[in-house]
Write a protein that binds this ligand. Structure first.
Ligand code: 7TS
Length: 414
């Protein structure tokens, strides 16, 4: 049970849930990692340990428990800084997830900087969380929301970017670093270079990239960067927004309340320093602490190895899937440009029916529009099925998945 890059047997032992039997007493084959990943025992124990031994609010009291909890919470910030290679830890804000990070930018930065007639430019392969906040903003401001199109290979049509930039009205370009449906890896460097030539700010939705490949923010010269802990072995309810200090300092707070203030008087308040200005109220202490263990786990494996393992598994799965008559695969076949996400349709079987049938064999995949209805319209389908991989998945599991697809095909006589 091994790809050429990592020892999966050792890894699988750290994930108690993978020992579970699901429907019909079948071993669980978990291929819904783009939605959320499973958690290793190290993450579970870390949260457990916090509640057992040093549960306390942070940044407030001087007693020992508060000191320990504050230190553990702030240690995660240092680890995130190292993981994505940023110099200023105060530029990292803990939020609930990618969705909240994007809403924070749209609310706090967008309302100050986007005016009537301006353009916010996104793409046709965004998750709803990188569309709806911009719809809210542009409607309120009488600005325009525009889209970079997707070609038949599932890649962005970058000529359209330049056409929009040439209008001189674009205030922000925002895109997913990796599509959660097609797996396409966006040519972020090129987009950022073009945008910065014209002084346009760039937000990168890294929900699907940071968990699966090495991302270095010293090299990726964007302005805002967002991702979620739960898609990279960490707990739910924790995400990260990174933005440049100069931008954050000029932004209004998102939420008002405790911890984000320096002084509050009857009619006036001054703000706390970064990053606390954007972390109002008691944060998700336990899960931020748990996220540390997830970062350690991935660092120990090495992100280059994570990526290599997924390439090997995806290649293997794509080859096998192509032998199934009637299958339609979406996205580019070029593994340099894609991650471990495979969207497909099998004949005219509805994706929900397909997912239900293969669930009988213990295989968990996602079916539906994947919160990407704009992309579904572009692909001219109402839904797809989607298998997505992570470090604990094996070629043997891909074989189970392929057998199950063939069983569905026979059942539907296609
Ligand atoms: N952006 C992308 C590219 C995503 O894939 C997701 C979640 C989000 C943003 C939102 O992240 P959240 O942590 O705030 O929810 N994607 C998926 C998915 O593909 N299936 O379930 C959630």
């Amino acid at each position: 049970m091994q790809t050429s890059t990592i020892n999966i047997e050792n890894i699988r032992r750290d994930f108690p849930i993978l020992q579970r039997k699901v429907r019909n007493n079948k071993p669980l084959v978990y291929f819904d990692n783009a939605a959320t990943t499973q958690k290793p025992i190290q993450v579970i124990n870390s949260i457990h340990n916090y509640y057992l031994n040093y549960n306390s609010n942070i940044h407030r009291a001087v007693h020992q428990l508060a000191e320990e909890a504050t230190a553990a919470y702030e240690l995660t910030r240092d680890k995130v800084a190292k993981f994505i290679n940023i110099k200023n830890r105060e530029e990292l804000i803990f939020v609930r997830g990618t969705t909240e990070a994007i809403n924070l930018v749209s609310y706090s930065w967008g309302r100050q900087n986007v005016q009537k007639g301006d353009i916010v430019l996104t793409t046709e392969y965004e998750h709803h969380s990188n569309i709806v906040p911009w719809q809210l903003l542009t409607k309120e401001k009488e600005a325009k929301l525009e889209y970079i199109g997707v070609d038949d290979n599932g890649e962005l049509i970058l000529d359209q970017l330049n056409a929009y930039l040439d209008t001189g009205r674009v205030k922000l370009v925002t895109f997913s670093h990796m599509s959660n449906v097609l797996g396409t890896i966006t040519n972020a460097d090129e987009i950022i270079k073009q945008c910065h030539k014209k002084g346009v700010k760039v937000l990168v939705d890294a929900a699907q990239s940071v968990p699966h490949m090495k991302v270095d923010l010293q090299k990726l010269d964007c302005d805002f960067f967002a991702f979620s802990a739960h898609k990279m072995l960490g707990p739910t309810g924790v995400g990260v927004l990174w933005a440049r200090k100069a931008i954050l300092e000029n932004m209004q707070p998102f939420n008002g309340g405790g911890d984000m203030i320096r002084e509050v008087h009857k009619y006036e308040t001054t703000w706390n320093d970064l990053p606390y200005k954007f972390e109002a109220g008691t944060p998700n202490i336990a899960d931020v602490i748990g996220f540390s263990a997830a970062l350690d786990y991935l660092e120990n494996i090495g992100m280059d190895k994570v990526r290599e393992h997924e390439i090997e598994l995806t290649k293997y799965a794509l080859e096998k899937m192509l032998t199934i008559k009637g299958i339609k695969l979406y996205g580019t076949p070029d593994m340099k440009k894609r991650g471990g996400v495979i969207s497909f349709n099998l004949g005219d079987i509805h994706p929900h029916d397909l997912a239900t049938i293969i669930d009988e064999d213990g295989v968990a995949i996602r079916s539906g529009h994947h919160c990407a209805q704009v992309l579904m319209e572009r692909l001219d389908v109402s839904a797809t099925s989607r298998a997505s991989f992570y470090i604990y998945n094996t070629k043997e599991e891909v074989d189970v998945f392929i057998r199950s697809l063939n069983r569905a095909k026979e059942l539907f006589r296609i």
